[in-house]
Design a protein around this ligand. Structure first.
Ligand code: ZN
Length: 469
């Protein structure tokens, strides 16, 4: 079926991009899964709610709103969900009525949640009380777009399909949701998933650019819970198709979902049924029987921040402390790559707080084609054309803090590997008063001296953590 094929193509493209990503450290990380912990943890994301329409399926939950049905089941299992809510689809008109029992959304201009002409039963504009109930129960709310309009045009899908197009429009749409959630409910979202997972924005921008403006991490998924698919024609089998693969995966390997993010649908599938409400309990039961704790994505990444750095690896605790304290030490694909040698620019960036980086409009340094004014520091001309370098503002911060000297900066290249001596000088310069002495902080770098000229990222993270925290 077309939607399955498109989903597979999209997943494959994402995999390819993921391999390609990871050249520069990034304040925005795409969180797809994390390295497994000793105890079993996973997260569940619920897309496209809130939904104030009742469940349509086998179990009888009366008139209760679907999102609250899901919440009650989660609460029963002491599980915390991450709800990827939307602002509203009520302005997404005029639009054509979808064909009855349509198997795809491809022929529509827009999405409508819960469905066409019933938009006011969804979205936080009309149903913020549901969002409030979730927040009160300790669930996480993420930003799935103000109007659930795809960011960029994807030719493969449809010429009819509306898209936001420019980065400005995308940011406006995200801000619309963010501010509503913040003003009405005092809640600040930290994560966002693009509608239909489409990253492309005009002028070679991507979701990452938009999320950097917002200060978000990119909410992704590693395991498809399946509730969004159209019906096979037999509702009971639809539910089984959501439960059985998960049960089997855990039977084959009880650790299979440790650190994973399971995506779910907070709404109706394309046949206007909600198999999630019948499948969620047996799914949670299977997870519980296998010793899992279902926690929010933000909690999950606090415990295990990186995809490739396990609690068993050296430097895990230090790198985790550093990133949880707000420093930039992961690549966009959320890898840590501890074996890799650290570059001079990375060394500076790892000691730069994410909030400071984001507060100076990171878009300025990421894209030259966006209108902006350089401030004083980026006017500094360096041999490696600093003002267009991705780490330009981190360098500004390091200069202001006295971590590096202008003279020195003129002689080096940000993308060159940092030498043993440079790393030592840097640690000396950033050392603040804390429980670690300078020799503690330099210890891991000193260990590198005998064997090599350059420093691996794990050793650097340990040293910076000891110097700063
Ligand atoms: Zn969606």
């Amino acid at each position: 079926m077309l939607q399955d094929i498109l989903h597979k193509v999209n997943t494959r493209v994402k995999k390819y991009k993921k391999i390609k990503a990871g050249h520069y450290l990034s304040p925005c990380r795409r969180i797809e899964k994390v390295a497994p912990l000793e105890d079993r943890y996973c997260a569940m994301t619920f897309d496209d709610g809130p939904c104030a329409m009742p469940h349509k399926g086998n179990n009888n939950f009366g008139d209760k709103e679907l999102t609250l049905v899901l919440m009650d089941i989660l609460n029963k299992y002491d599980a915390k969900g991450t709800f990827n809510h939307i602002g509203t689809t009520q302005y997404n008109y005029p639009d054509d009525k979808p064909a009855k029992n349509t198997k795809t959304w491809i022929n529509n201009i827009h999405d409508h949640y819960p469905f066409f002409k019933y938009d006011e039963f969804g979205g936080i504009i009309n149903q913020s009380w549901i969002t409030q109930r979730l927040i009160n129960s300790g669930h996480e709310i993420a930003n799935h777009g103000g109007q659930h309009i795809i960011f960029g045009k994807v030719n493969l899908i449809s010429n009819k399909r509306a898209y936001l197009g420019t980065l400005k429009n995308v940011v406006q749409d995200l801000v619309f949701f963010h501010n509503m959630l913040y003003k009405d409910l005092g809640y600040s979202a930290k994560l966002s998933k693009p509608p239909h997972y489409i990253d492309k924005i005009n002028n070679k921008n991507t979701s990452y650019d938009a999320y950097n403006v917002m200060g978000y991490n990119y909410l992704a998924e590693s395991y498809d819970g399946g509730g969004w698919k159209s019906s096979c024609g037999d509702y009971t089998k639809d539910v089984e198709d959501m439960v059985n693969p998960l049960v089997k995966a855990l039977k084959d390997n009880p650790n299979a979902l440790n650190g994973q993010i399971i995506s779910q649908k907070d709404g109706y599938n394309m046949n206007r049924q909600s198999p999630i409400a019948d499948a969620l309990e047996p799914q949670l039961k299977a997870l519980k029987e296998n010793g899992y704790k279902v926690i929010t994505v933000s909690e999950l990444i606090k415990l295990s921040p990186f995809e490739d750095l396990s609690y068993k690896d050296s430097g895990f605790k230090e790198a985790r402390a550093l990133i949880n304290a707000g420093y930039i030490c992961a690549y966009p694909n959320n890898t840590f790559q501890g074996e890799r040698y650290v570059t001079f620019g990375e060394m500076i960036t790892m000691a730069c707080p994410r909030d400071i980086y984001l507060s100076i409009t990171p878009i300025k340094l990421r894209r030259k084609d966006i209108e902006y004014k350089y401030d004083d520091v980026v006017k500094i001309k360096l041999n490696n054309n600093l003002e267009s370098h991705k780490y330009a503002y981190n360098v500004k911060y390091a200069l202001n803090m006295g971590y590096i000297e202008m003279d020195y900066l003129n002689k080096t290249k940000l993308d060159a590997l940092a030498s043993y001596q440079e790393a030592k000088d840097f640690i000396r310069a950033i050392k603040v008063d804390n429980e670690y002495t300078l020799s503690d902080a330099l210890e891991t770098i000193n260990q590198c001296e005998d064997s090599r000229v350059n420093i691996d990222r794990t050793s650097m993270a340990v040293a910076i953590k000891r110097a700063l925290l």
